[in-house]
Design a protein around this ligand. Structure first.
Ligand code: TXA
Ligand code: MG
Length: 337
């Protein structure tokens, strides 16, 4: 199959929406990362997503709507707190898990009786939802296990020949996937995947915000998880990633002791001046680190890196989301120095 590259002109968005309406799958920009979109109610179309990504069938897809008020069409119950959260954070990088109804087929929900609802903010994604008239199921548009794509060329790299089209809508603003939450009761939500809507943001609307323990540690074999995605190896480039937690002096010394061909540091902009080894930087505050992390991991692969020592972000605010992706990219190899 030849994968067409569309731009964000009205004509191209119309063609992309038509493909989705007709049961094809298309790479679409969102403000978090690029998604691989299909009509969420069309089982055959949704199966194509799992095949193109090589994704396990029990890992559910998020359903994207243009307006949170449309969630009533696809769910059996919406708690009051979900509306309050949606008022504050939708459109935006938040996914709310709700009980699904039979408009959402079991393939889309990975066999669960719930569905993640997200209202994206990116105008291209919004336009495609509106023109197609479809609820759009979309996981991140990477090959399963590889870092999520934040540009159209990342999607092309992973998906060319496997999907009908990619729409180029520029670089993703946030660079990390949405915050995924479940609702425990009217006062309590649980963060299943951290993102740019942080626990501090959620606390403004909801009294109790629980950070699921699987966010900061490896899920053990046989352990029950609230979100199937927590079980799988994720976000890993070809290079071996090691996350080092500590000051730049200790970081530099550690890299020096383990240096060799094709070894790199991935450090903060502010570290660069004194760092004597091969490196890339990924920003100097948490939002920048989030914006850049996936594209830098891909860039390191392109450069032929075999081992990358990454300077760990803080676990506060958006830093927690970056940290969560990095420990998975590192296969949980975190060293405190
Ligand atoms: O920002 C995003 O969320 C991007 C863009 C494209 O919208 N999408 C995305 O989808 O990251 P994906 O499939 O790569 O990650 C969705 C995560 C997975 O870890 C999945 O297990 C979890 O959300 N998830 C989806 N539906 C769920 C459900 N009903 N219950 C629990 N976890 C769910
Ligand atoms: Mg993903």
């Amino acid at each position: 199959m030849e994968t067409i590259l569309f731009n964000d002109s009205p004509e191209d968005l119309y063609k992309a929406a038509e493909l989705i309406k007709n049961g094809e799958i298309v790479g679409i920009p969102t403000e978090t990362v690029y998604g691989l979109g299909a009509d969420a109610s069309n089982e055959d179309a949704v199966r194509k997503i799992f095949t193109a990504k090589g994704r396990p069938a029990d890992n559910p897809l998020i359903v994207h709507l243009a307006d949170f008020n449309d969630a009533v069409k696809y769910t059996s119950h919406i708690p009051e707190i979900a509306y309050k959260l949606a008022d504050e954070f939708c459109p935006g990088p938040l996914t709310i898990i709700l009980p699904k109804n039979d408009k959402i087929p079991s393939v889309t929900s990975g066999g669960l009786d719930t569905v993640g609802i997200r209202v994206p903010a990116h105008p291209v994604m919004r336009r495609i939802i509106e023109i197609s008239g479809c609820p759009i199921a979309a996981p991140s548009a990477n090959t399963s296990g590889y870092p999520s794509p934040t540009t159209a060329s990342h999607v092309m790299y992973d998906m060319s020949g496997k999907i009908s089209a990619v729409v180029d809508g520029g670089q993703s603003e946030f660079g990390l996937e949405s915050t995924v939450i479940s609702i425990e009761n009217e006062d309590t939500v649980r963060i299943l995947r951290p993102g740019c809507v942080t626990s501090e943001h959620l606390s403004r609307i909801c009294r109790n915000v629980i950070i699921d323990k699987a966010i900061l540690k490896e899920v053990e074999a046989g352990e029950t998880v609230s979100s199937p995605g927590m079980k799988y190896k994720h976000y890993s480039p070809q290079a071996d990633i090691v996350l080092l937690e500590g000051a730049i002096e200790a970081f530099t010394e550690y890299v020096g002791r383990n240096y060799g061909d094709d070894v790199y540091g991935l450090i903060f902009d502010t570290d660069a001046e004194s760092f004597p080894y091969r490196y890339l930087t990924y920003g100097s505050n948490d939002s920048q680190l989030a914006h850049n992390i996936f594209s830098k991991l891909r860039e390191l692969d392109e450069m032929g890196a075999k081992k990358v020592f990454v300077r760990a972000p803080s676990k506060e605010g958006v830093g927690l989301a970056v940290y969560n992706r990095l420990i998975r990219a590192a296969g949980f190899e975190v060293i405190r120095i």
